[in-house]
Design a protein around this ligand. Structure first.
Ligand code: ZN
Length: 297
């Protein structure tokens, strides 16, 4: 499978080249000027895959439209920057979050490792695109860069060996979290504090597994106003992608477009007493997958 599936602000599903995978040469710290070529999926498929939720369920058809670098045949329909894109999966049925999935992050939060995966929900209404503004709530709104796994077909009771074939691909996500509400009750219930509107930037594209250099060892970073706060590798997850998706599929039937935020590495703001403030800029990057630039308002 080789494709990068994205969605324009007007709702059209498109394929992208690699132009928005990595930030511009300055590391994305200045005004973001990256662009990618796009191809209209509605035009390429006589309307069949114009809807992003139809497209995300059709990995084989997307793969058939592209070469092994994920590039469709023929001229592109135009150029886009991050500002032109919405969330690449706009209407998933389910969005799972995984808590405490990197040891150094468990340490910084002063918690003990769990014997079972820590699973919560981000309600899909929190999802926004890769350059959307994040609305700050109080003084404990925090960033969490994460690898987001995108389910590609209806599936249940997956064996770990079947998981990667069941995925459409992966994308970059920010599991924005309001720590006060997240921890307000006893026992704590994470879901609402992670589901304020705009608390789920994802994008810029769903990148299929064959376009990942090393699917188990991706570097992910988060910078706030240009200062690197998080710098981790997905190989350091406690529960990996195959185990997580198999675990979830033993409980819920998973559908194409369902998302799994797979946990964040160390360096979150709440552990350092410096959460996000209005006017700040969040740069999120997973090498070889994509980058996002979100501003706090
Ligand atoms: Zn998280």
């Amino acid at each position: 499978m080789a494709f990068r599936l994205a969605v324009l602000n007007d709702g059209r599903a498109v394929l992208l080249d690699a132009g928005l995978v990595d930030p511009p040469d300055d590391g994305g710290r200045s005004t973001d000027g990256a662009t990618a070529r796009w191809w209209d999926l509605g035009r390429l498929t006589d309307g069949r895959l114009a809807d992003p939720m139809a497209a995300v369920s059709a990995s084989d058809a997307l793969d058939a439209l592209t070469d092994d670098r994920g590039i469709p045949a023929g001229d592109p329909d135009g150029m886009v920057g991050l500002d032109d894109l919405g969330p690449p999966v706009p209407r998933p049925q389910k969005v799972f979050g995984i808590g405490m999935n990197y040891l150094a992050h468990i340490d910084e939060m002063g918690r003990a490792p769990s014997t079972a995966p820590v699973i919560f929900t981000k309600f899909p209404s929190c999802l926004v695109g890769p350059s959307a503004d994040v609305r700050i709530v109080g003084d404990r709104t925090d960033y969490e860069v994460e690898l987001v796994v995108v389910i590609g077909r209806t599936c249940r009771d997956l064996d770990e060996s079947e998981v990667w074939d069941a995925l459409a691909g992966v994308t970059v996500g920010q599991d924005i979290s309001e720590r006060a509400l997240q921890n307000a009750s006893a026992p704590a219930q994470f879901s609402l504090g992670k589901s304020y509107d705009t608390f789920g930037p994802i994008g810029p594209a769903v990148v299929s597994s064959d376009l990942l250099d090393e699917q188990y060892d991706l570097q992910l970073t988060c910078a706030v106003d240009g200062e690197i706060r998080q710098d981790g590798r997905t190989s350091h997850m406690i529960v990996g992608v195959k185990q997580l998706v198999a675990y979830l599929s033993a409980v819920c039937t998973l559908e194409a477009g369902d998302l799994v935020f797979t946990g964040t590495p160390a360096g979150v703001g709440d552990a350092q007493g410096r959460c996000l403030g209005v006017g700040q800029r969040i740069d999120s990057h997973i090498v070889g997958v994509g980058h996002m630039v979100n501003h706090c308002v």
